[in-house]
Design a binder for this molecule. Structure first.
Ligand code: AMP
Ligand code: ZN
Ligand code: FE
Ligand code: FE
Length: 287
């Protein structure tokens, strides 16, 4: 018997992926996966549609969210993505934080659109046209609107130029402190795992001391195997996880056709999923 293949980080149209939630499970089935986690940014809006597809696709579903957070340092603030697995979607504290982030992401996307509109043929309606109903809006939607308007050729080009944090069109959005978010996830019965901790191309990354402090606050794992980590970074993070007693996950961060990441390109060991399920409030939904 071959071990089950498990991918614990994907996005749908409930945030900035291009597949429906059901479509993510269909893609997972097509890639020969046995278990997939749907982890849209700051929302659980895709869970119900994904859960309905478990029976027909035969793919088990881990309900998750990728929470936008930040660590404040002397050198400025660092964006940290915190995966939460199997938490109560109705927990008041966690919900309030995600609602606040989503609201401010909307304000921020409008502000960035206003700034971009000074130089490029882009309207707010163009951005809305690229964003799914109820979706958490993000820079990928602005990128798609810029592609549709003929300003850039690809999402990548938009991220490398006008959507880059260093560009004058960039506006940050509200996000809770990472340690408060870890506590909120634990309070909601979830299992907190830091997403792509060493993805340096996205901006500054957190120090080992910060990760150690978060581990002391209850962080459960590190997403070590991710395409944004080179071999040396993976080795370093695996060593750190061992020292701190953290779980090690691996995942694709699939966004449909919105990014090159192929679903199932990185996977998580079945023993690790078992530990996550033991600790999480919700069960994995199995076919
Ligand atoms: P935001 O959270 O709105 O600041 O946008 C960040 C999101 O954009 C993350 O979910 C990334 O996965 C996505 N992203 C970052 N770089 C790229 C890129 N080059 N192409 C497509 N998506 C990207
Ligand atoms: Zn994303
Ligand atoms: Fe992320
Ligand atoms: Fe992600």
């Amino acid at each position: 018997m071959t071990p089950p293949r498990i991918d614990l980080h994907t996005h749908s149209r409930a945030s900035d992926g291009t597949d429906s939630p059901r479509g993510v499970l269909e893609a997972a089935a097509g890639a020969g996966l046995d278990v997939v986690a749907l982890t849209d940014h700051d929302t659980t809006a895709g869970w119900a549609d994904a859960a309905e597809a478990v029976g027909t696709t035969g793919v088990a579903l881990v309900r998750g969210t990728e929470i936008s957070t930040r660590v404040t340092t002397e050198g400025g603030s660092i964006s940290v993505h915190l995966l939460s697995y199997l938490h109560d979607p109705d927990d008041a504290v966690l919900r309030a934080e995600c609602d606040r982030t989503r609201d401010d992401r909307l304000t921020r996307a409008r502000r960035m659109t206003e700034r971009l509109a000074e130089d490029f043929p882009l309207t707010w309606d163009d951005v809305v046209a690229q964003t799914g109903d109820d979706a958490t809006v993000g820079r990928p939607h602005l990128a798609d609107a810029l592609v549709a308007a003929g300003v850039v050729a690809t999402r990548d080009e938009a991220f490398a130029t006008m959507l880059h944090p260093g560009a004058r069109y960039y506006v940050p959005h509200y996000a809770p402190d990472t340690d408060a978010a870890v506590r909120a996830v634990l309070g909601a019965g979830g299992v907190p795992v830091m997403a792509h901790p060493g993805a340096g191309a996205r901006g500054r990354t957190v120090s080992e001391e910060t990760i150690a402090a978060l581990a002391a606050a209850g962080l459960a794992g590190l997403e070590v195997d991710h395409r944004d980590h080179d071999d040396a970074t993976r080795d370093r993070l695996r060593g750190l996880a061992g020292e701190l007693g953290l779980l090690v996950t691996g995942s694709s961060d699939y966004h449909g056709t919105g990014k090159l990441n192929r679903i199932g390109e990185r996977t998580t060991a079945p023993e690790v999923l078992a530990r996550i399920e033991e600790r999480g409030l919700l069960d994995v939904i199995r076919p």
